[in-house]
Design a protein around this ligand. Structure first.
Ligand code: FES
Ligand code: FES
Length: 190
């Protein structure tokens, strides 16, 4: 008989959770429905809006297109895991300070995506609007155009895009952004 469920262990925000899951369960549904981590939002449930963005091993992933089983034994970070004790992550603080939201539904995904953007940029990744993509050119300046392109997978039905771009730019200048990014590189971002 074919087995349709398995017991898996998910490492979320530094905590291990062992749970049985149907093989078809997405990471998004496992986080929200099984682990009660409802900060990660379900928008389209088909990979088009970015509301469900989380970080896996420090990289951005739309969790509605990721099977929970495929995330076993990897470092999953949701919006609930970004702050350190009572200190918000620089990206969270910038969104708060600059009103980078209206209804807030897209915000957890925007914030997780922005954390990924800053890490990718720190590593020198080009984007589709980067003019000079030669490795020796180094990372491009994180202009509004670069931020808009890099955040283009995250939709906001409220249209808070201007403040979101400002918030990402502000977070990129945060004094502790470098340490936040290097912690992410080590797979220990919180
Ligand atoms: S809910 Fe995953 S991309 Fe929209
Ligand atoms: S703040 Fe409402 S959807 Fe983005």
């Amino acid at each position: 008989m074919t087995t349709t469920s398995s017991v898996i262990t998910l490492n979320v925000n530094g905590e291990k959770h062992t749970l049985p899951v149907d093989h078809r369960t997405t990471l998004l549904d496992a986080l929200r429905e099984r682990l009660d981590l409802t900060g990660t939002k379900k928008g389209c449930d088909q990979g088009q809006c970015g509301a469900c963005t989380v970080l896996i091993d420090g990289r951005r992933v739309v969790s509605c297109l990721q099977l929970a089983m495929a995330a076993e034994d990897r470092e999953i970070t949701t919006v609930e895991g970004l702050a350190e004790d009572d200190r918000l992550h620089p990206v969270q603080q910038a969104f708060l300070d600059l009103d980078g939201y209206q209804c807030g539904y897209c915000t957890p995904g925007q914030i997780c995506s922005a954390v990924g953007v800053l890490a990718e940029h720190a590593e020198g990744w080009p984007s589709a609007v980067t003019g000079d993509v030669r490795p020796e050119a180094g990372a491009p300046a994180l202009t509004a155009e670069e931020i808009r392109e890099r955040m283009s997978g995250n939709l906001c039905r409220c249209g808070a895009y201007v403040a979101i771009v400002d918030a990402v730019a502000r977070a990129a200048q945060a004094p502790d952004q470098a340490s936040a990014v290097s912690a992410q590189d080590e797979g220990s971002i919180r």
